[in-house]
Ligand binder design. Structure first.
Ligand SMILES: [Zn+2]
Ligand SMILES: [Zn+2]
Length: 89
């Protein structure tokens, strides 16, 4: 039954997930556990409409979602959760 062996190989391949790093600049200092990225965040600065798109870990998401964020281009400050959408990767 070689077909069974092939099916197992396919399932093994699907289970494999490459590890993507968290892209928050403060990840090393503030995110517990040095976990890989689990979420993708994207959105636009409400002040200058600068597009932001990056990967972040679960501790990073929890930290950002309840905090204010400042735009590095125009200095506009806003609630992070209001400006960005988070989807699992
Ligand atoms: Zn992180
Ligand atoms: Zn801005």
């Amino acid at each position: 039954m070689t077909a069974v062996a092939v099916d197992v190989d396919v399932l093994t391949d699907l289970d494999f997930q490459p590890t993507l790093p968290c892209e928050l600049r403060s990840h090393d200092q503030l995110d517990a556990g040095n976990l890989p990225a689990a979420w993708r965040a994207f959105g636009w600065c409400p002040g200058c409409h600068h597009r932001v798109d990056f990967l972040l870990c679960e501790p990073g998401r929890l930290r950002k979602q309840s905090s204010m964020s400042g735009c590095e281009l125009c200095g506009h400050t806003h609630w992070w959760a209001d400006a960005f959408t988070v989807v699992p990767i």
